[in-house]
Design a protein around this ligand. Structure first.
Ligand code: ADP
Ligand code: MG
Length: 711
């Protein structure tokens, strides 16, 4: 019988790989109730997540049989870990609460040994150490009045398993509820039963040249290190191979995205410049040379038949918004809609407020689209206007990316502070048009070394000059004992009609504490400057935030106490003082962004970085670089040196934290290698082989959708 419309069965190699992939992505072979703990540790609970969870270091446990063995080891290193077999002889329960429970035991040569437990309960001890039995104990040992004493041994086990406690062992990063021993056991099971031998995806010449092991071998090696050297990413061949895998997978993704998204559109989105000429006439200032050049470059690109993929890089305050708005005018004049995406509501509202008067004068219809419940009703109407083409320029937050937003004719997507968005999000927006143009903007300068590897899918335009008359911001470092002086100087500043931001410390991993810090500071400053101060943080409702920002921007209050919600993009030119508390907790790029909130007019601006001593060496370098330079590009290079790239710009704050293993400065040669190989591959192959697809899937799992942290 003829069969129609039945999905084509997978061919043999695909079928085989699919089985292996399913194995890698299956749930860990552990008890159901432990899954939550593993999730906390690994981010997910699949086999692949555990396979890529590598030891931090190794530790060595030495076998001891006699008192002399113990003496000899302690002489070399008092912290050495020892494993011994002891026979349990007696218990001694504490007479006072403060004392510990002791177990008396003997080594096989008759040497007495003590084992101590603070807060030890006798029944539990009796079960763990039955009288007369032999046990393996392992841990550190010290001599108390000449008697070898183990305090809280790391492990206690049966003598037949002694060998398991002697030699070199991997030490894994842990989190609550997962012990080293339990983790090691799970890893052992997984390596034995869930680690397939995948077909090689790396060019055999490369493997030979660098002496790299296969994927499977590399994972096995990293989970059974014999010394710390085996775990050093710059030296271990296994690490190098896996790092290369990661970068190669990422580069392939980028090239595929590029191939997919940069199709021939067959029409240009910029033809006439009447609106732009009109804009220049109504602006209260003239464009800088850098802005003019940038606009020209963008115009040329939009005029072409290919869609534009352009990254506009310019330091904080260099006037990128206006360049983007000019690009918008080109597209609007050619009859297209323009989407303007901002990472926070504060920023979206600010853009709308600034652009509205210009748009009105130019006769353009503008819409603002924000997420959240408060927007439901308005949002529906706005989406309708977007669909019919009634609104021409649409400014919004990530709500713009939502499926419910359909454009009539999207020609250009502008993405402000693009490092706050993921590649996927950028694409989702431009795919709402028919090969729409994309102009992404960033004030977080990207060092050239990074630029080439992370953004191969984009061309770049630089703005290297700030509007005329901008002075460097003077930055002072003050330890927190100067707080009173700082408040006095803040008082003088606002007496003269000045305005200031007061940025409260970042409290790691806790928004609640962030909130407490900002509220405390607010109420204390409010006692000194009653009625002159307002407070903003991420927990406020969107309309409340708006009212506060509007009020502050109109000068109704003089001081704005804030969390990092004001970090990006906020533009209130009259503010010329920024005070940042606990400056040592912020990353360099973040400090530069925050500082960039001032210095936006022709007045001299000041930045006080208040820190809590003692400072670590890195924090010290960070803060002094901040004091020495205002140049964002220089700061970015320094940042790269200080942190290395894996965590560049602070993991949470940016979409750059897309590498789990690779480290941008350390592995730069691998980045170059992988980029070249990926480029070569893509230029000669239309499709990826099954094993390359699998490689890309393996690394997809690290991609988070968590790029947006709406203020
Ligand atoms: P950023 O590049 O940080 O996004 P903005 O676009 O917010 O900078 O611009 C910073 C400030 O400079 C804004 O208040 C803007 O109106 C102003 N500005 C932009 N271009 C010029 C110019 N050519 N001359 C004077 N001021 C300008
Ligand atoms: Mg901006």
């Amino acid at each position: 019988m003829e069969q129609k419309n039945i999905a084509k069965p997978l061919s043999e190699p695909f079928l085989h790989l699919k089985k292996q992939k399913d194995l890698l992505f299956s749930t860990l072979p552990i008890q159901q109730q432990l899954l939550a703990r593993y999730k906390k540790l690994l981010g997910n609970t699949r086999v692949i997540d555990l396979l890529y969870h590598f030891p931090l270091r190794t530790e060595v446990r030495e076998a001891v049989y006699t008192l002399n063995d113990i003496y000899a080891l302690l002489k070399k290193n008092p912290k050495v870990l020892m494993s011994a077999i002891v026979e349990i002889n007696d218990y001694e329960t504490p007479k006072f609460r403060s004392k510990s429970l002791r177990i008396h035991a003997f080594l096989d040569d008759g040497t007495p040994v003590k084992i101590l437990y603070f807060n030890g309960k006798l029944p539990w001890i009796q079960k763990l150490y039955p009288l007369g039995q032999r046990k393996v104990i392992t841990g550190t040992c010290s001599l108390v009045r000449g008697v070898p004493t183990f305090t809280h041994p790391d492990y206690v086990d049966f003598p037949s398993l002694f060998k398991l406690y002697v030699g070199s062992f991997p030490v894994y990063p842990l989190s609550a509820g997962v012990s080293q021993a339990a983790l090691s056991t799970t890893i052992k099971t997984v390596l034995e039963n869930y680690l397939p031998d995948l077909p090689e995806w790396i060019d055999p010449h490369l493997l030979e040249e660098y002496g790299w092991p296969s994927w499977r071998e590399a994972l096995l090696n990293l989970h059974s290190p014999t010394s710390n050297k085996d775990l050093d990413p710059s030296n271990s061949k296994s690490y190098q191979r896996l790092i290369y895998d990661e970068i190669f997978a990422r580069q392939l993704d980028i090239y595929h995205i590029q191939r997919k998204s940069r199709k021939l559109r067959g029409k240009s989105t910029a033809k006439n410049t009447t609106l732009f000429e009109h804009l220049k006439k109504i602006l209260p200032f003239t464009l800088t040379h850098a802005q003019k050049n940038a606009i020209e470059e963008i115009y040329k690109d939009m005029h072409q038949n290919n869609s534009m993929r352009r990254l506009l890089q310019g330091d904080v305050g260099s006037g990128k918004t206006l360049v983007a708005f000019s690009a918008a005018l080109f597209a609007l004049e050619s009859g297209f809609q323009v989407a303007f995406l901002a990472p926070t509501e504060i920023l979206a509202r600010q853009h709308a407020a600034k652009i509205l008067p210009l748009a009105n004068q130019l006769g353009l219809k503008l819409d603002l689209l924000l997420g959240g419940k408060s927007q439901n009703k308005d949002g529906k109407k706005a989406r309708q206007r977007i669909l019919t083409g009634e609104s021409q320029l649409i400014i919004g937050t990530h709500a713009l990316i939502d499926e419910s937003v359909i454009f009539q004719n999207l020609g250009l997507a502008i993405i402000d502070e693009q490092h706050r968005f993921g590649v996927d999000q950028r694409l989702r927006l431009i795919e709402k048009g028919d090969n729409a143009d994309m102009l992404a903007m960033t004030a977080t300068p990207i060092p050239r070394s990074l630029q080439m590897t992370l953004f191969t899918d984009m061309d770049t335009t630089f703005i290297k000059e700030k509007p005329a008359g901008r002075l460097d911001i003077q930055t002072s470092l003050l330890d927190k004992s100067f707080l009173k002086k700082v408040i006095e100087s803040l008082g003088r500043h606002i007496e003269k009609g000045g305005q200031a931001y007061w940025v409260c410390p970042l409290v790691e991993e806790s928004q609640n504490l962030d909130l407490a810090a900002v509220e405390n500071r607010y109420s204390e400053l409010n006692k000194v400057f009653p009625g002159k101060i307002s407070l903003i943080h991420g927990r406020l409702k969107s309309c409340e935030k708006d009212t506060i920002m509007q009020g502050f921007s109109k000068g109704e209050t003089s001081i704005l106490v804030a969390t990092t919600v004001i970090e990006v993009g906020v533009d209130i030119p009259n503010v010329s003082l920024i005070i940042i508390e606990h400056a040592e907790r912020f990353g360099l790029a973040q400090l530069h962004q925050l500082r960039g909130r001032v210095g936006r007019n022709s007045l001299k601006s000041h930045c006080f970085l208040i820190y809590d001593p003692p400072l670590t060496d890195t924090a010290k370098s960070r803060l002094s670089i901040m004091r020495e330079t205002n140049d964002g590009f220089l700061l970015a290079e320094e940042d790269l040196k200080l942190r290395g790239g894996g965590d560049i710009y602070g993991t949470q704050q940016s979409g750059y934290a897309i590498f789990k293993l690779a480290h941008l400065s350390r592995d730069i040669h691998l980045f170059h290698l992988a980029r070249d190989k990926a480029r070569l591959h893509i230029s000669t192959n239309v499709k990826d082989s099954p094993q390359l697809l699998l490689l890309r899937v393996i690394f997809k799992k690290y991609e988070t959708d968590d790029y947006i942290k709406a203020g």
